[in-house]
Design a protein around this ligand. Structure first.
Ligand SMILES: C[S@@+](CC[C@H](N)C(=O)[O-])C[C@H]1O[C@@H](n2cnc3c(N)ncnc32)[C@H](O)[C@@H]1O
Length: 198
């Protein structure tokens, strides 16, 4: 159900129920999810270029999903929806099993202090949740400016027999997320990784 005032911003269902994707998009198409989509630059640009796919952007912050929804509206993007939710709930409950063809996690907050690592999006449970939602041969794509965080992700996924390394997706200029633009502007190196569900 879209909220009355903001088109494409949907209310997550209560309780242990997954989203009804068919009802959400009014069709059946491959699903792309952008976890922690921020202000939605990648989501809007990629969805506009790929009208045959359905897109879902998620973020914990209402102000960010509102900004993203505004972007979709202004750009006339019809095949994307926004959801304000915690990604843990998105991956463990809201997305139906084996429903995602591509899952993006761009520039997740690195929480560099060791005592804060438990707050990271990508923790030890992430591969299980990812495996649950990815369709067979579905791909996970990530990018970060934080080399240590990237090393943690790579170690976990390279060592997981349920995933194969894949070719990282380099966004076109107009698809670059706000954080990527920020880090590129500072001349920081960006690590990219991709893994495909076997
Ligand atoms: C550093 S920003 C990156 C935003 C965007 N992906 C980009 O590259 O510009 C991290 C984003 O993840 C969101 N976020 C952090 N923890 C989250 C969680 N548990 N569930 C959903 N979103 C979360 C934040 O609100 C923020 O928008």
């Amino acid at each position: 159900v879209a909220t009355k005032s903001i088109p494409n911003l949907i209310e997550p269902p209560d309780g242990p129920h997954p989203l009804n994707l068919h009802a959400l998009y009014g069709r059946q198409a491959p699903l792309v999810v952008d976890l922690g989509c921020g202000k939605g630059r990648f989501l809007a640009a990629r969805a506009l270029r790929n009208p045959e796919w359905d897109f879902l952007g998620t973020d914990l912050q209402l102000v960010r999903v509102r900004k993203s929804a505004g972007k979709l509206h202004r750009q006339g993007v019809a095949n994307a929806r926004l959801l304000r939710a915690d990604n843990r709930r998105v991956l463990e409950i809201l997305l139906p099993p084996a429903s995602v063809h591509a899952c993006y996690l761009f520039f997740p907050d690195p929480w560099p202090k060791r005592r804060h690592h438990k707050r990271r999006q990508f923790g030890p449970d992430f591969p299980d949740a990812l495996h649950r939602v990815l369709a067979p041969r579905g791909v996970f794509q990530t990018a970060t400016d934080h080399a240590d965080y990237f090393a943690v992700m790579r170690k976990l996924l390279d060592g997981d027999p349920r995933f194969d390394p894949a070719e990282p997706d380099v966004p076109a200029d107009e698809e670059r997320t706000e954080f990527e633009a920020l880090f590129l502007g500072q001349g920081l190196p960006i690590a990219r990784g991709a893994w495909r569900r076997r």
